[in-house]
Write a protein that binds this ligand. Structure first.
Ligand SMILES: NCc1[nH]cc(CCC(=O)O)c1CC(=O)O
Length: 306
């Protein structure tokens, strides 16, 4: 018998993900009970300002980590793409369950696909990565900022304020809203964010029982993808100011393959490189170092000076 206290942000997506993880763990450990500890983070109170100016997406995560470190809760569920490479001291991502759909999804007001959107149409996204790839595929489109929870973003495209918006397919399907999706964007043409569609379950490294149970539940291939993509991000010194994408998968030969993408934050040019058939961290490193040598270093330098 043990009660596991699970820290969760209050957003619908966070609560849905938290409840899904609790259901999975309850099925494995009927002797455990679970209790949700709801947390309002500073990040949730300032969603309408530019998050990169106040510490980036990592803000949500570090406040939840404080709760784990202080032992007010034992476990927390994150969207891996929001988790910085460096965790707080003494914490581990002990559970990486099977990846959900990694693709981005287009939701358009009137059902037109990305290729069919009229010239100059307004597309909502605050992601530098999505904006850069939109500009590559459809330089005529106007990209405008769009923040807030998934439900408020969907409302604004339904109301016609945007011709289309782009969201992660995984978040939409976890919420049961996949019927809103107009088009799943091909991950080869529109490369997903590092960690998109993956959940990371964090706990204290000293909690051996929980670490072990989460480890047994981990999907090994998803964990390999997470390592490859997160090594890429960290070796690119992925700041919030540079558009970066990274997507690992198995190729037709069954080998782990990683595609990396970096765009010039000044809006001129982008780089892409793909490698396969190595151990996950080595793969992340090769793709990052090749991109840096081919010019990504200049993009990153320009961003840190600007
Ligand atoms: N940046 C916010 C965020 N973090 C995780 C998801 C979706 C779920 C996922 O990718 O795991 C989203 C929303 C979105 O980008 O559409």
């Amino acid at each position: 018998m043990r009660t596991i206290r699970v820290a969760s942000r209050r957003s619908q997506l966070a609560m849905t993900q938290t409840n899904w993880v609790i259901d999975e763990l309850r099925a494995r450990r009927p002797d455990w009970t679970f209790e949700i500890v709801p947390i309002t983070t500073k990040g949730d109170k300032i969603l309408d300002v530019t998050l990169s100016k106040v510490g980036g997406k990592g803000l949500f995560v570090s406040e939840i980590e404080d709760v784990l470190t202080a032992e007010y809760a034992d476990l927390a569920v994150h969207s891996l793409k929001d988790v910085p490479y460096e965790l707080a001291q003494g914490l581990v991502l002990a559970g990486i369950p099977l990846r959900a759909d990694p693709r981005d999804a287009l939701i358009s007001h009137d059902g037109t696909t990305l290729a069919q959107l009229p010239e100059g149409a307004v597309v909502g996204t605050s992601s530098l990565r999505r904006a850069a790839q939109l500009q590559t595929l459809r330089p005529d489109l106007r990209v405008e900022p769009l923040r807030g929870n998934i439900d408020s973003r969907l409302r604004r495209v339904i109301d016609g304020e945007f011709a289309a918006i782009i969201l992660a397919a995984a978040g939409l399907s976890r919420m049961g809203w996949q019927d809103r999706i107009t088009e799943y964007l091909d991950p080869d043409a529109f490369i997903p964010a590092v960690g998109q569609g993956i959940l990371g379950v964090e706990c204290r490294a000293s909690d051996a029982e929980l670490v072990q149970e989460l480890g047994r539940w981990t999907d090994p291939f998803t964990a390999d993808c997470a390592v490859a993509e997160r090594t890429l991000l960290t070796e690119l010194q992925g700041s919030c100011q540079v558009p970066i994408a990274g997507y690992a998968r198995r190729n037709s030969a069954g080998d782990l393959t990683l595609t990396g993408f970096v765009a010039n934050p000044q809006g001129a040019g982008s780089l892409r490189f793909e490698a396969a058939g190595m151990e996950p961290a080595a793969l992340g490193s090769i793709v990052a170092q090749t991109l840096l040598q081919r010019g990504a270093a200049n993009y990153l330098r320009a961003a840190s000076e600007g």
